[in-house]
Design a protein around this ligand. Structure first.
Ligand code: C2O
Ligand code: CU
Length: 579
């Protein structure tokens, strides 16, 4: 079983156990003897079963199991010890076991809440809060059910609950590490001094665009979605003037995957101020990375990109020979883009399809009718990519794959999630059952270019309650904290930096570091054996552990975030800083 499914199974068992204990308690309070005994027996089994899931998770990595071992397991043990023997004695008046059963239910629910609301890393404060909650709820039930605990017992319960509550709150709200993210301060405009050789102007504004014959309200660059395709030849100096006509919440341009100087990175509040209506900002950088990239607004990026503020950036090594098409996939108002394009191509012509996923979730691409190779991922050429037939690729949010083939005499079609998007003629193919390419084992490997690691950081991705803002929110968290409270990762110029990225949540997190490409070292303990993979966007699936590394060679303050932009806006953003 994968760690992802193990996490899900453990969660389901925990929910069932908590519900069955509570249900059993309620049933016995109502003197429904068979129901009470049935539920309690089920709860007991479920609680014991968690011993296996928790141990299996701990073996997969402490990140997945920390709070379960330290908080859920002792609470479960207490539940079994308190409720179990009383049940076995199966008293004549079933009502007399109501409180022990309810206690077990509160213990399981408390542990579950710790996992759902708090997660990793477990802390003494949270453990004590859970204990306080369990003791208080049990004492209350005791009262309500009219059972008469001895004075000593109820006093003791009160003392334990209050002490746990006070200590727990104290520990839980004690200030953590200061965040130290510089916001809204001036960065020197470290521009490329050279004269621009390619100039573009992008004006952001609200617009009505037509998609599949329907009018859609969008936010667009130059009134089109996607915005104009920006192309350059390696060595060009690009100058892009961004103007904002009427996007009230502001816009910027972020060059996704393009490792520009920090001042050109387009992150509002970090590298520049958002460009408000009537304002402009000029970006300039040298196009020294060839490949497939894209640009998008980084101001309220979740809304802005979804509404249409994105476009393609392609830098080619030399003038194009053959057919070279970009396929930026997006969902605008629920409608898929681009609209299908049919374009006959003569046999023997080389074709490059540049696939770009500009949505916040993974898409599945399948090229039917020809063998093909994946020539590049995230703008970086792969080494020794073998030809593939009837194989699908999964592209994470923000990611790009370049597929190349020589046009056969018969038609070829590219399907995205089963929909033909680009074809050279009619093709009918059922691509849904095709195997998916694993890029970690594709192509020819090379040794890792560094023999040392200067800094390591672990990022544990999860969900959790964030009480630090104006309103409490159920945030997407990194190491238990949400933006802007996640400590920055501080590195020095020249450091070899390693990230271990762990997903203990139930959803995919497409990870994206600005300003650098990272080299994939391993996934779930399996070293990457294929072509070196230099990525800027990769899907960390539930239960995944990725190890990636990079050389800190681009000074500045860089966003490091989940590219499911709703997650990024809901807390899952931190920063890499150079000291
Ligand atoms: Cu494509 Cu910070 O984003
Ligand atoms: Cu995410």
């Amino acid at each position: 079983m994968t760690t992802g499914s193990l996490l899900a199974v453990d969660l389901v068992i925990a929910v069932l156990a908590a519900a069955a204990w509570l249900g059993g308690g309620a049933a016995s309070a109502a003197r429904r003897r068979p129901l009470a005994l049935g539920l309690a027996a089920f709860a007991l089994l479920a609680t014991l079963a968690r011993a296996f899931t928790i141990i299996a998770l701990a073996r997969a990595g402490w990140w997945f199991a920390g709070e379960k071992v330290l908080i859920a397991a002792p609470l479960s043990l207490a539940a079994v010890v308190v409720a179990g023997p009383r049940l076995l004695r199966a008293p004549g008046d079933i009502r007399s076991v109501a409180v022990p059963l309810l206690f077990a239910g509160y213990a399981q629910s408390g542990a579950l809440l710790v996992t759902l609301l708090y997660g990793y890393p477990a802390s003494a404060g949270v453990g004590l809060l859970a204990v306080a909650g369990v003791v208080a709820a049990t004492a209350l039930s005791w009262r309500v059910l009219g059972a008469r605990p001895s004075r000593m017992v109820s006093r003791a319960a009160l003392v334990v609950a209050v002490a746990a509550l006070l200590t727990g709150t104290g520990l839980a709200v004690a200030p953590g590490a200061a965040s130290g993210v510089p916001h809204d301060h001036d960065y020197p405009l470290a521009r490329t001094a050279d004269e621009p050789t390619r100039r573009f102007a992008l004006t952001a504004g609200t617009a009505t665009v037509s998609v599949s014959g329907r009018d859609v309200e969008a936010w667009a660059f130059n009134a089109q979605v996607p915005g104009p395709e920006l192309t350059a030849t390696a060595g060009d100096v690009l100058e892009v003037t961004l103007r904002n006509r009427d996007i009230a919440r502001g816009v910027t341009l972020h060059w996704h995957g393009y490792d520009v100087p920090n001042s050109q990175d387009g992150v509002p509040g970090v590298t520049q101020a958002a460009v408000l209506p009537g304002q402009e900002f000029v970006y300039r950088f040298r196009a020294d990375q060839v490949g497939t990239y894209w640009y998008h607004t980084h101001a309220v990026s979740d809304v802005g990109v979804r509404m249409g503020l994105y476009g393609v950036l392609v830098v080619r090594p030399a003038p194009v020979t053959g057919v070279d098409v970009t396929v930026p996939v997006h969902t605008l108002s629920g409608l898929p883009l681009p609209e299908p394009k049919v374009e006959p191509v003569e046999a023997d012509v080389p074709v490059r399809l540049r696939l770009i996923n500009t949505d916040s979730t993974t898409h599945r691409y399948a090229l039917a009718g020809t063998p093909f190779r994946v020539a590049a991922i995230d703008g970086y050429d792969l080494q020794g990519p073998a030809p593939l037939v009837d194989t699908a690729v999964l592209i994470p949010a923000g990611g790009r794959y370049d597929l190349v083939f020589t046009a056969p005499p018969t038609p070829v079609a590219l399907f995205v999630d089963g929909r033909a998007v680009y074809s050279t003629g009619p093709v009918s193919a059922a691509t849904g059952a095709w195997p998916v390419l694993d890029p970690l084992t594709y192509g020819v490997g090379s040794p890792v270019p560094w023999s040392r690691v200067d800094r390591t950081f672990t990022l544990v991705l999860d969900r959790g309650l964030d009480l630090h803002g104006l309103l409490p929110r159920y945030a997407h968290t990194v190491n238990g904290a949400a933006d802007p409270d996640i400590p920055s990762q501080v590195v020095r110029l020249g450091d070899i930096v390693k990230f271990t990225i762990v997903n203990r949540s139930q959803i995919v997190h497409p990870w994206h570091l600005h300003g650098h490409h990272v080299l994939v070292l391993s996934r779930n303990g399996e070293p990457a054996t294929g072509s070196p993979l230099w990525l800027d966007s990769f899907d960390v699936r539930p239960g995944d552990v990725w190890e990636v590394a990079f050389r800190a060679d681009n000074p500045g303050t860089w966003a490091n975030h989940c590219h499911n932009l709703a997650h990024a806006d809901a807390g899952m953003t931190l920063h890499l800083m150079y000291s």
